[in-house]
Design a protein around this ligand. Sequence first.
Ligand code: ADP
Ligand code: MG
Length: 264
Amino acid sequence: MSVLEISGLHAEVAGTEILRGIDLTIASGEVHAVMGPNGAGKSTLSAVIMGRSGYTVTSGSITLDGVDLLALSTWERAVAGVHLIMQYPTEVPGVSLLDALGEALQYRGRDASDLADRLKAEADRIGFEHRFLDRPLNVDLSGGEKKRNETLQLAVLQPQFAILDELDSGLDIDALRDCSRRVEELSNDAKRPLGVLAITHYSRLLNELRPDHIHILVKGQIVNSGGPELAAVLERDGYAAFTDEDDEPAAGSATSSLDDLFRI
Ligand code: ADP
Ligand code: MG
């Protein structure tokens, strides 16, 4: 069993503190949802876990089975077993899915000889058309097809932990069901149960991807944690129940969030 542990994490972007003391421990097979309003710091959390440039950790730690992830470069964190599905997956012209995954498996010391067959089998499981398997990575795919493609990569790579930043954004209801079901299955895998950190604004993602724990992130801090019942409270009352009405509005807004940087 593996453990991803985030402890006392403070991080800033462009001189502004965005994450203000995050504690989160995820074990293999557990599904944790981090939910919060726009601008709460959700995408910042995913960026800091993966080591995206421009984000400065000012205190705290992130470890994977005791290994200091913050000391590793992004690709080393990925090889160590942490996989991010970004809110807006990047298109990579000139690089095929087969080549990218073949290299990734090789770096992990894993067999890639039957990769083409595995890709087809995975594609069938999540309704990803075979003709897209030969496309350069994510190029000219719709939002839903990109998320199916990213979910397929996750299933083939079998990392210890997956961070899903708004897996549900840009997805139609069928793609959302297929992708979240597959992630849920991976978390229940008897041999290699995936630990999941599902970052989302809406509780609809959680209908298929059933979280064991829900954390509410507001202004860079987890203000409440609980079981799946918290999603129902959010559905009913919104985030108002967890924010202090007298405060300033949450830092940033839908129009100034990191997510916009990924929009083309
Ligand atoms: P969420 O994903 O919860 O909507 P983000 O993590 O994208 O929130 O953003 C949290 C806050 O950090 C917002 O106020 C946003 O404007 C700010 N922020 C995030 N990334 C950057 C950046 N690269 N440069 C400047 N401000 C940023
Ligand atoms: Mg975001």
